[in-house]
Unconditional design. Structure first.
Lengths: 217, 210
């Protein structure tokens, strides 16, 4: 996958925000309106159920959207996912790559050293967060926009910003040079996730266009 | 080269996340191998993937140089990454046929059935052996269900074309009665893994069921 087609909007779930089957339905509804990357992150759920959900997503996501499975390379391979997302306590990028040579490999990072290492290890992109306060991490304040700029400055690979990002904060987030944004609860708890995702994507496109325009001058 | 399966299933040690560190887990396995266990299943609930991978990679070289079967619980990806001999799956894990597709014919797939029909389906899907239990009440697995007893184990052994090992609350002193059902071996967890002297505990097991 070329960088040009790598989605700038990512959805992460179900976390513990919605049930797994609700998440599949939400992701399908969102992808029908807006191409995006759907991450399957299911802490505490057995691999059989995870595979069923991943296969349902693979089958039902609209063209232009991609599927990224968290941690389980075996589930990703069996579901023919487009990528795997690894944390700091997961497989290394190399180990994952050895099992899934044509999949995207994303790394979640929490500091500049991690972002630097992910690029050096050959990850295709990083998820960096959390940027703003989020109910997912009630005990830690957001790391902020300046922190995100630091992450972007140390790695050449796309940085997808995560954590507490609402549609209103997208412009500010992308001014750092971040490639895109990942939304979780912000979308999953919305009255209409598909509508909000569409708004988010419009905001992303508008900001990217403006930034590119400024850069051209 | 995978050790011949049936004899390798004779004295099957399952590791435990309570070992806390990779070093301790590997050292305990090393001691148990010296005492005569024939297979090791890497299982450590609550551990990170990275810890499992690190432990697995070290167990791989240890088991290979001692001709011991190495099986990974639940994770087909870790099985592939460390080139273990196989994977052990339960009803909530990846389906046997899916694991089979990723692992190919050369790897072993163990399966823990919960009902009679599970055993048969697993056999058709390509399982190589069954882990059946809990034979006795167990503190290791809280979700293991009611003990099936020796009679329950014997019933599964009689019906299954696959080799069966008894698991769940199996101690060194109970091993002989477990293989008396026709099971090819026993899976022991706490009684060796959490023993103060795992090598001595494994040696007693070897004496009980040579």
């Amino acid at each position: 996958m070329s960088l040009g087609t790598f989605p700038r909007l990512h959805l992460i779930g179900p976390l513990d925000a919605v049930s797994l089957s609700e998440y599949v339905d939400i992701a399908v509804a969102v992808s029908a309106r807006t191409p995006l990357a759907i991450h399957l992150r299911t802490p505490g759920i057995g691999a059989r159920e995870m595979l069923t959900a991943a296969r349902a997503l693979r089958q039902r996501l609209s063209k232009g959207s991609i599927l990224i499975v968290n941690d389980r390379v075996d589930v990703a391979l069996l579901a023919k996912a487009d990528g795997v997302q690894l944390g700091e306590a997961s497989f290394t990028v190399n180990d994952a790559r050895a099992l899934s040579s044509n999949m995207l490999v994303g790394r979640s990072v929490h500091d500049e050293a991690g972002a630097c290492g992910a690029g050096a290890d050959g990850a295709d992109f990083v998820l960096a967060g959390h940027i703003f306060a989020t109910p997912s991490k009630p005990d830690t304040p957001g790391r902020g926009i300046a922190w995100l700029s630091g992450i972007v400055s140390v790695t050449p690979i796309p940085v997808v910003a995560l954590g507490g990002i609402t549609v209103e904060r997208i412009a500010e987030t992308l001014t750092t040079g971040a490639w895109g944004v990942a939304l979780g609860r912000e979308l999953l708890h919305a009255a209409s996730p598909a509508t909000d995702a569409e708004r988010a994507n419009q905001q992303i496109e508008k900001t990217v266009k403006e930034t590119t325009h400024v850069a051209a001058h | 080269m995978i050790p011949d399966l049936v004899p390798a299933l004779r004295r099957y040690l399952v590791t435990d996340g309570r070992a806390e560190t990779v070093d301790r887990l590997v050292a305990t396995c090393e001691a148990a191998i010296a005492g005569g266990v024939t297979a090791i299943q890497l299982r450590a609930k609550g551990w990170t993937d990275r810890q499992l991978y690190d432990a697995g990679a070290r167990l791989r070289s240890l088991t290979r140089s001692n001709d011991i079967l190495l099986i990974v619980n639940d994770r087909v990806d870790i099985t592939l990454a460390i080139d273990a001999d196989g994977v052990h799956l339960g009803v909530d894990d990846l389906p046997v046929d899916a694991a089979h597709r990723l692992l190919g014919r050369a790897k072993v797939i163990g399966y823990s059935p919960e009902r009679d029909e599970d055993s048969h389906a697993a056999e058709l899907a390509g399982a190589s052996y069954l882990g059946v239990g809990p034979v006795y009440g167990t503190s290791t697995k809280h979700d293991a269900g009611e003990a099936i007893g020796l009679a329950g184990l014997q019933r599964v052994v009689a019906r299954s074309a696959l080799p069966v090992i008894g698991i769940g609350g199996v101690t060194v002193s109970r091993a002989r009665e477990v293989v008396g059902t026709g099971a090819v071996g026993v899976a022991v967890v706490s009684d060796i893994f959490l023993a103060s002297d795992p090598e001595a505990a494994a040696r007693k097991l070897t004496e009980a069921i040579p």
